[in-house]
Design a protein around this ligand. Sequence first.
Ligand code: ADP
Ligand code: MG
Length: 471
Amino acid sequence: MITLDSSYSSQILTPERIWINCLKVIKESVSPMAYSTWFLPIKPVGCQNNILKVELPGNFHWEWIEEHYKSLITKALKSAAGNETKLEYVVVNDFDLEPESTKNPPYLSEAKIEQNTVLAQQRAVEKIKTNLNPKYTFDNFIKGEGNQLARAAAGAISDNPGGTAFNPFFVYGGVGLGKTHLIQAIGNEILSKLPGKKIIYLSSDQFTVEFLDAIQNNKANEFSAYYRSMDVLILDDIQFLIHKEKTQEYFFNIFNTLHQSGKQIILSSDKAPKDLKGMDERIISRFHWGLQADIQPPDFETRIAILSKKANDFGIEVSNEILEYIATNITSNIRELEGCLIKLLANLSLNSKEITLELVKKTVREISTSKKINIGIDIITKITCEFLNVEENKVRAKTRKQEVVLARQLSMYLSKELTKSSLKTIGLHFGGRDHSTVIHACTTIDVLLQKDKSFKESVVSIKNKIETACS
Ligand code: ADP
Ligand code: MG
């Protein structure tokens, strides 16, 4: 304990109270990321003869603080406890992040326990943002044949994060099939069972943006240290890291550190690791260390189960005949099934109509038409060229190089399939080519699709990308 001179009131300050006051000063001078990476994990453990002892989680942490924040800490300490007080670091390895309140040793006085609880609460409030959406749970995730393995592994991981053979856990599959729902449900489940765990969810796009921001501000090491300090890292849509070499490099290092220290890594992607062309081979090989589970489109029975559960959640009554009509006509993904119910609900409340089969048919028709209206030839061309690694302007030029011809023909084919444009309009978008060229392109692609399975998978991926971009 420290007895402060008169300028710091006559009160006796506990180590916790002093440290909380220090944190207040520190918080004003550093970024939120630096604050939660470097300062929140520090624990005050004692105070005697004007020396405040704090515990740090490891040597690396201590070196970093010494190198970057020494003067800030001195300033904070001075303002919290006066000139006389010095700081002493105790470096502990394998730092335990359990909430304080669960760890009070029995010999502590009640007053001390209360102070510890205040600090624990303060930490809890300031805990890192997990970005998890609480609406994604296991309870409302319908099991079906298409997601059986992924769902079972997800359950095992949430019981024992980092402690199963499913590390990393790599979930892949088409758009709207429940990848985001499932991986966030793992995070939410862990959070409810083990509230002391540091969990972060983010999309790979967000990860890249944060990384570029960190680079620009000379904070790349801090960025990396922040993610390396997590217990569970959930990165969605990892395909967005393709061709982003520098971001991949940092991801690779974060991955290694987390994996080596038994922390759980959960990833999702729109395609299998082997198809992630443009992703560092070293990263892809690490995806094979754990479990890869794909999610397939739901079969008819699962579609019915999902529809009745969602209709029930929305509080609407829908007859079996109607459920079956929707499940027969909307087959590609769960997001669309959900979208159909939302549209029905909107029609219902606006016009207070009853849900009739007629209304459902009209709604289903509207959905498939609006899908076509939203998709344009330009975005199809852009995404197809990106996927095939061909410069977009070349498909509009006269080039006859094999890879350019393929990109051009596939863009034409997809334009025919995904838009309502006429053959003539499509031809015009590709350097004013004739409608017979478009027909030829469609026939060529049809033949390829029938004889080349891996080409077919690529086309499904491209279609998914286009539909996601336009939804
Ligand atoms: P993805 O990430 O694969 O594109 P999402 O996880 O965003 O797909 O799922 C799209 C929508 O469908 C979400 O609203 C999600 O809650 C719902 N959904 C997906 N799979 C299921 C499932 N098995 N049970 C219930 N809802 C699901
Ligand atoms: Mg998703």
